[in-house]
Design a protein around this ligand. Structure first.
Ligand code: FAD
Ligand code: NA0
Length: 457
């Protein structure tokens, strides 16, 4: 029988996990299907592959990454560590718990750098359209080679969608916003907080983007930072100069009125209003339509598209766990594809979906949501040969992290955690997050003399 052909769309952490999953089976002596990944950027890493551009990239494509220069991990690295490639193995020594973006890119790249999997990726190639032919149960995938302006189509037996869901900004309307004379962006286009120095900044939203861009702006010397919430405040003990106000009602030029009757003037506004699930290369019957949730409807075990079970999604959930969850998903999808795991009937899948959906309805707050996602990962790993890790301890790390943030939103990134994979305690970084102005890998891995540390302060 001819080998099956598998298309992976996107080579961010999820697509890379799928490539790694197949590679690890091949290394163990199995015959794997023919796997081809399509990645529209020139390199892999997805969100972690920083692009200084905003809006449109060098090929005229929408810029994918929403990350900014100053971004450091927002959760402890011990919660996202791969179970089969540890930070200690990659860096050769313990590093701190909250590395900057470039350091995490180096880690995910390092796991697959020395394997043959990069040969399976067609870079600078955007997937334009996927069509399912029901009569033969195969897919035509049409792609554009962005460097050579060549459009080609080929047939695949299965499709893995790994394009992420934090790239297409959700941009709601606010009354009078068109009269605002200052700078106005969505968080997707935010590239660095330096230019917010001395500015009065308004962030609309009350989640990770608002929180982190808020503290970055504070760190870089913004004159004031106001965060406007719709459902409820984040409620951290903000330093002087940062505040939370309820939802804004309208703009009149630079003046913004809030629903509690207060007004403020601003120089810069950033919409931290989240992202849309958007799959412009998929017809609507294959495209996931969902809000940002930990259990999107229509995905059996969070990965198999119920409407067409040879279509898989990786990383489609809202994410507490990230890299190791993508691994668990990728290993399970690989095993389904290779016939190592059995796909239940449509009726059994529906029942399973309903059961988990009901459990999801019972989730009542962040601690519950973390536990739910941990149990979801346990269920997937249980069905594969991915190394099980101490999920109870990782939940404890997440809860301690939330506590650290409550205690001090400016210093939580200085705290070290212990790896559940190796047992080693993270290093204390040479410079605190608040004092460090150089986010490079080189600086992070250096052991600066005391004088250099003082200079950075
Ligand atoms: P992505 O990383 O989004 O990668 C998707 C890939 O698909 C991209 O390379 C893209 O170019 C490619 N692609 C898209 N469309 C096409 C197409 N049509 N054709 C070909 N290729 C395509 N997680 C953490 O664990 N810690 C953090 O600190 C953290 N910070 C974050 C900060 C921000 C601002 C954002 C937006 C997310 C952050 N995340 C963080 C979550 C992040 O989404 C995950 O860590 C991870 O990047 C998700 O991986 P992914 O592969 O599913 O998606
Ligand atoms: P995110 O914060 O960009 O994180 C994405 C927010 O937008 C919610 O607070 C929501 O309010 C609000 N909102 C939506 N529509 C609104 C409207 N019309 N008026 C007012 N507020 C509105 O997005 P979400 O979806 O979490 O929140 C949307 C991802 O990016 C996260 O997974 C996070 O991990 C990642 N991220 C990480 C970092 C770092 O690691 C930094 C930024 C982002 P409501 O009322 O719906 O609650 C450092």
């Amino acid at each position: 029988m001819a080998r099956e052909r598998i298309a992976i769309i996107g080579a961010g952490p999820s697509g890379m996990a799928a490539l790694r999953a197949f590679e690890s089976a091949e290394r163990a002596g199995a015959e794997i299907p023919e796997v081809i990944a399509f990645e529209k950027q020139d390199d892999w890493g997805g969100q972690w592959n920083f692009d200084w551009r905003s809006g449109i990239d060098q090929y005229g494509e929408p810029v994918h990454s929403s990350m900014y220069r100053n971004l450091w991990s927002n959760g402890p690295k011990e919660a996202l560590e791969f179970a089969e490639y540890t930070f200690d193995e990659h860096f050769g020594r313990p590093i701190s718990s909250y590395p900057p973006r470039e350091v995490l890119w180096d880690y995910i790249d390092g796991r697959v750098r020395t394997t043959n999997v990069k040969d399976k990726v067609r870079f600078s190639t955007a997937v334009r359209w996927v069509e399912h032919h029901e009569d033969r149960d195969i897919f035509t995938v049409t792609v554009e080679d962005l460097k050579n302006h060549q459009t080609t189509s080929s047939e695949f037996d299965r499709v893995i969608v790994a394009t992420g869901h934090f790239s297409f900004p959700h941009v709601p309307e606010f009354q009078g916003i068109e009269t605002f004379p200052g700078t106005l962006h969505h968080a997707h286009d935010f590239r660095g907080a330096e230019k917010l120095a001395d500015q009065r900044v308004l962030l609309i939203g009350a989640s990770y983007s608002a929180e982190d861009i808020g503290v970055q702006a504070f760190k870089m010397g913004a004159r004031s930072v106001t965060m406007s919430y719709r459902s409820g405040p984040m409620g951290y003990d903000w330093p002087e100069g940062m505040e939370e106000l309820p939802l804004l009602e309208r703009f009149e030029g630079a003046t913004v009125s809030f629903s509690n009757g207060e007004t403020r003037e601003f120089d810069a506004v950033i919409l931290c209003t989240g992202y849309l699930h958007k799959y412009p290369f998929l017809p609507s019957d294959l495209a996931l339509q969902s809000g940002n949730t930990i259990y999107p409807a229509g995905l059996y075990r969070g990965v198999v598209w119920q409407g067409s079970p040879k279509v898989y999604y990786l990383g489609a959930q809202d994410q507490w766990f990230t890299f190791n969850m993508f691994d668990a998903q990728a290993w399970y999808v690989r095993d389904l594809i290779m016939g190592r795991a059995e796909l239940p009937t449509a009726a059994e899948r529906t029942e399973h979906l309903q059961d988990w959906h009901q459990r999801f309805q019972g989730v009542g707050g962040d601690a519950d949501a973390v536990r739910f996602q941990a149990e979801y990962i346990r269920d997937l790993i249980g069905a594969t040969d991915y190394p099980m890790f101490d999920l109870v301890e990782v939940v404890r790390i997440f809860l301690a992290w939330k506590d650290d943030k409550k205690k001090n939103i400016l210093t939580y990134r200085d705290k070290p955690y212990r790896s559940v994979m190796t047992g080693s305690l993270a290093a204390e970084h040479h410079t605190t997050w608040l004092q460090e102005l150089d986010d490079s890998l080189e600086r992070y891995l250096s052991t600066p003399e005391e004088t250099d540390v003082e200079k950075a302060v």
